[in-house]
Design a binder for this molecule. Structure first.
Ligand SMILES: *[C@@H]1O[C@H](CO)[C@@H](O)[C@H](O)[C@H]1NC(C)=O
Ligand SMILES: *[C@@H]1O[C@H](CO)[C@@H](O)[C@H](O)[C@H]1NC(C)=O
Ligand SMILES: *[C@@H]1O[C@H](CO)[C@@H](O)[C@H](O)[C@H]1NC(C)=O
Ligand SMILES: *[C@@H]1O[C@H](CO)[C@@H](O)[C@H](O)[C@H]1NC(C)=O
Ligand SMILES: *[C@@H]1O[C@H](CO)[C@@H](O)[C@H](O)[C@H]1NC(C)=O
Ligand SMILES: *[C@@H]1O[C@H](CO)[C@@H](O)[C@H](O)[C@H]1NC(C)=O
Ligand SMILES: *[C@@H]1O[C@H](CO)[C@@H](O)[C@H](O)[C@H]1NC(C)=O
Ligand SMILES: *[C@@H]1O[C@H](CO)[C@@H](O)[C@H](O)[C@H]1NC(C)=O
Ligand SMILES: *[C@@H]1O[C@H](CO)[C@@H](O)[C@H](O)[C@H]1NC(C)=O
Length: 886
């Protein structure tokens, strides 16, 4: 009897338990159906009993209760309240969608929640105070929304919180004192908000804190010594605040600190000598403060130091000789101080030195002959000093230079013809305001990539050599205030310049000066006639052209009216009315002359206001299709306006875009123009209807073809190798940023971003999101710096995607495993490479399989977790070309 009742109790217990489970499963099923309906998730269309295998859903292993929901990047919007019915949810990722409105407090009913990511949406209102009840929360990411108000005190109860990201919102108020009680916190980022007040000393109690990034706020007071006390800090970014006081000596306690960015504040005092104890220091940026004293010699003990930026402070004295020991130093930027002495030759010996910026100081030595012995120097900026002597012929040894600034010094002698050997010189050659004399060497004409040439305010004489017509990339020239004479050569960049570029030379004549060469001086009667007839011919052609153009314009205007009328008829009224609210164009240009007529800036701007034109969304920009009234179709890239640096430096930006339009490589997308309206930057490109590499690879309807894929892989590598060659690091390599033209030639896009957002500064959102999910190199988490080896890694992921036809991130790989890990761990799982490759390709022929295996080897090298072990992009190209040839 007793046994029976015991059994029945047991049975009852089991039953009720499974009933409970059943009801939870039923509940989850019902909830998922509702959620799918509300958000319009079309991929959730399988058998409802199999919901655990639906995309984005993971269930607990022993039963079918939904534990993880990943709906990121699905363009979703709707009422989030339904999600709180999935009671056992531990992990919820809704990032990169279009959710807006308030964050629903009902999410707090998800009491098991450990990971909540609502970033990159358009949530408004304040952070719900109810979130304080999510006691199990370990990671909370609300970044890149429109959230305002203060950080609520209720969050103090989130004692398990390890990772809190609130960046790029509109939060105000101060950082609460209780942060010191979040003892598990490792990462805290709240940059690009409107936080004020001081950084609380109690933050120093957070014993695990490794990353603190609060740049671009209104924080004041000093950097609390306590935050260094726990000795765990690895990254500290406080750029662009109102911090004052000294850099604490305690900073030296954090030996693991690799990244310090405290520029654009009001810090004073010197650099503490304890800086030398930070053995892992890699980036130190403290520009634009009130720092003073000598530059601490102790930096020379930080053997990993890669970037040192102390510009715009009040440092004085000389550059310590010991800096020659810094063999990893790539950038030394000390412009705008009161430094003096010789140009430090010990540093010039550094094998990795890439940028030396000593401008606007009082350096007073000569330019050493050893200036470029075996160096990688690309930027040599010495302007506004008191440098004496001649420009040594050895300057021609600086073959890697992209920019040479020697203006406003006391240089004498002639311009050495060897400057013409610097074939890479692209950005600028500036020798202005010195005491140079003699003729301009004809060899300058060999600088066919140079964009800006300034030799103004010297004592240069003779004629402007017609050999300068070889400088095919010139946009800016300045020959003013010299003793030049004779006719200005007929060369478009000269005649298109302002006449101020040639003024102050008594003997110069011809366009654009209003001084006609009038057959005076040396020109013989014959050449005079020749010139006259030349001019007449020009005038005739010109008027013909004018007639042609005005006819074209009239035709275009008619076409435009007709199109607009048709459009109005077709689409009814509402959408058109909304879109035709005329945007105010601030600036715009089309670089390709024969397209200028065909592109209408208003139409471009309006096209980006219609969702129906949207093609794709990237990390930094959104791509639209724009149909011009002329019938031409463009693709238009709209930069996210979140980066203030773009908006604040409009003229700099315009110049950068113009320069980029000259970067010529068959595998790079070049901008053909730009439009600025309100705070929006639009870049114009040719329209490529074949879509992106990502779409090509993952579109099931397309038949895969290995040789096309190998060509694409090689093309992308060539484009990137070229970028690296001209010292541009791409910020967002992914298959979504590679466009295919009608011949399946790959064009790497989003190159502009890398130039427009200056990656050497911690202020740009670069420190936040450089790259797309799945493509970001592992070291980025610590360095926050995108590097050439980092690009190689991202390229390796693209190559793996090409070889496997897998997405870079896929739940199917297992928890925390991305494509790279999945491929690298294949041997450990006992799988052969053939099981990794796309079998539809590798089984076609023995030759295909062999080529794919060779390419797989390259991809494995590229995605090595140690940056130094990855090959250079140039070598990747060579390896892939070898595969093709064999
Ligand atoms: C759904 O799957 C279950 C079991 O897996 C099966 O019994 C049922 O018939 C399926 N329903 C449909 C509509 O296929
Ligand atoms: C399922 O596993 C979880 C832990 O993963 C455990 O908490 C739960 O009790 C298990 N459920 C059953 C029915 O075994
Ligand atoms: C969302 O749905 C819930 C019920 O499911 C409702 O109470 C709430 O008002 C809705 N919220 C909005 C913003 O429509
Ligand atoms: C949580 O769920 C309960 C019952 O399911 C409901 O009554 C309550 O309103 C929910 N809380 C919130 C904040 O939505
Ligand atoms: C949000 O933050 C979490 C950690 O808190 C991180 O794992 C996740 O990648 C972030 N999401 C995005 C879109 O960056
Ligand atoms: C932090 O926690 C301690 C002990 O739990 C408590 O006494 C203190 O008030 C808390 N600090 C703040 C600022 O709330
Ligand atoms: C910067 O700090 C100094 C004191 O070191 C102070 O006198 C000055 O007013 C501050 N400047 C600003 C703009 O806050
Ligand atoms: C310097 O950098 C290398 C490579 O990143 C690293 O292995 C090494 O530990 C660093 N050295 C110090 C002293 O931190
Ligand atoms: C440096 O330049 C000088 C003069 O132009 C030349 O003779 C010498 O060979 C060059 N040295 C190197 C290492 O290229």
């Amino acid at each position: 009897m007793a046994l029976l009742s015991f059994l029945s109790i047991l049975l009852f217990g089991l039953l009720s338990r499974s009933q409970f489970l059943n009801s939870q499963i039923m509940n989850d099923q019902a909830a998922l159906l509702e959620i799918g309906k509300e958000f319009g998730i079309s991929v959730w269309n399988g058998n409802i009993s199999d919901y655990c295998s639906w995309p984005g859903i993971s269930c607990s292993s022993n039963n079918s209760v939904v534990e993880r929901l990943d709906l990121s990047s699905h363009g979703l919007q709707g009422n989030l309240t339904l999600i709180s019915d999935l009671k056992s949810l531990k992990w919820l990722d809704l990032s990169y969608n279009k959710f807006h409105g308030m964050i629903p407090p009902s999410l707090v009913n998800l009491s098991e929640l450990e990971f909540l990511d609502l970033s990159f949406n358009a949530f408004e209102g304040s952070i719900p105070v109810e979130f304080g009840r999510l006691r199990n929360l370990k990671a909370l990411n609300l970044s890149n929304n429109l959230i305002n108000g203060v950080i609520p005190d209720e969050l103090e109860s989130l004692v398990k919180l390890q990772d809190l990201r609130l960046y790029s919102n509109k939060l105000s108020g101060s950082i609460p004192l209780w942060f010191g009680n979040l003892t598990s916190l490792r990462v805290f980022t709240a940059y690009e908000n409107a936080l004020s007040g001081v950084i609380p000393h109690r933050l120093g109690l957070v014993s695990e804190l490794k990353l603190l990034n609060l740049h671009s706020n209104y924080l004041e007071g000093s950097i609390p010594e306590s935050i260094f006390a726990m000795e765990q800090l690895e990254t500290l970014v406080l750029t662009q605040n109102r911090l004052s006081g000294y850099i604490p000596e305690a900073i030296g306690k954090c030996r693991g600190l690799s990244n310090v960015r405290i520029g654009d504040n009001n810090l004073s005092g010197g650099i503490p000598r304890e800086i030398g104890n930070i053995s892992s220091l890699t980036y130190f940026e403290a520009n634009n403060n009130n720092l003073s004293g000598m530059i601490a010699m102790e930096f020379s003990k930080c053997s990993n130091l890669t970037l040192l930026n102390l510009a715009l402070n009040s440092f004085f004295g000389t550059i310590p000789l010991e800096f020659g020991l810094l063999s990893n130093l790539q950038e030394l930027i000390v412009s705008g101080n009161s430094l003096f002495g010789d140009i430090p030759t010990s540093i010039l010996r550094g094998k990795n030195l890439n940028k030396l910026d000593l401008s606007n100081n009082r350096f007073d030595g000569t330019i050493p002959r050893s200036i470029c012995n075996a160096s990688k120097l690309q930027f040599l900026l010495l302007s506004q000093n008191s440098i004496k002597g001649e420009i040594p012929r050895e300057i021609g040894n600086c073959t890697k230079l992209l920019e040479l600034q020697l203006g406003s010094n006391y240089l004498i002698g002639t311009i050495p013809p060897e400057i013409g050997h610097i074939k890479n010189l692209q950005i600028a050659l500036n020798l202005s305001s010195n005491r140079l004399h003699g003729q301009l060497p004809e060899e300058l004409g060999r600088l066919d990539k140079l964009v800006s040439l300034d030799v103004s305010s010297n004592q240069l004489s003779g004629s402007i050599p017609s050999a300068l017509k070889g400088m095919m990339s010139l946009i800016e020239v300045n020959f003013s205030n010299n003793h030049f004479s004779g006719p200005i050569p007929l060369f478009q960049p000269f005649q298109k310049s302002f006449n101020s570029s040639f003024l102050g030379n008594k003997g110069l004549c011809g366009e654009p000066l209003s001084v006609s060469c009038g057959g005076l001086n040396d020109s013989t009667h014959d050449t005079y006639h020749h010139k006259v007839s030349y001019k007449i011919i020009l005038a005739v052609i010109g008027s013909g052209l004018a007639v042609f153009l005005s006819v074209t314009v009239i035709v275009l205007l008619f076409m435009m009216r007709e199109r607009q009328e048709n459009a109005a008829k077709d689409t009814g009224t509402t959408e058109d009315d909304e879109a035709s609210a005329n945007p105010v164009i601030l600036a715009g240009n089309v670089f390709v002359e024969n397209l200028q007529q065909a592109i209408d800036f208003d139409a471009v701007a309006r096209a980006t206001m219609k969702d129906s034109n949207l093609l794709s969304t990237g990390t930094f920009s959104t791509l639209y299709r724009a149909d011009m009234p002329s019938g031409m179709t463009l693709s238009v890239r709209k930069l996210r306006s979140m980066d203030k640096t773009v908006v604040n430096h409009r003229s700099k930006m315009i110049r950068e875009v113009e320069k980029l339009s000259k970067l010529c490589h068959g595998n790079l997308m070049r901008p053909i123009g730009f439009v600025l309206f309100e705070d929006v930057v639009l870049l114009l490109h040719q329209y490529c209807p074949n879509a992106t590499l990502a779409q090509y690879l993952h579109d099931q309807t397309k038949k895969p073809d290995w040789s096309t894929r190998l060509n694409i892989a090689t093309g992308v590598a060539e484009g990137l190798a070229f970028l690296h060659h001209v010292a541009i690091i791409h910020l967002d390599i992914s298959s979504g940023n590679v466009v295919l033209d009608s011949n399946f030639t790959p064009l790497v896009g989003e190159v502009e971003i890398s130039k427009l957002l200056d990656p050497s500064r911690g202020t740009a959102s670069i420190s936040a999101v450089a790259g797309s999910f799945g493509y970001i190199p592992p070291e980025y988490a610590y360095t926050m710096q995108v590097t050439a080896p980092g690009n190689v890694y991202s390229y390796g992921v693209v190559l793996l995607e090409i070889l496997t036809t897998q997405l870079p991130v896929d739940e199917a790989f297992g928890e925390g495993i991305d494509l790279v890990k999945w491929v690298h761990s294949a041997p450990a799982r006992g799988e052969t490479p053939e099981q990794i490759l796309d079998a539809r390709l590798s089984t076609i022929s023995f030759a295909c399989r062999k080529e794919m295996l060779a390419a797989l080897k390259v991809a494995l090298l590229c995605t090595d977790s140690t940056p130094a072990k990855r090959p250079k992009m140039k070598n990747v190209v060579e390896m892939l070309q070898e595969i093709k040839q064999d």
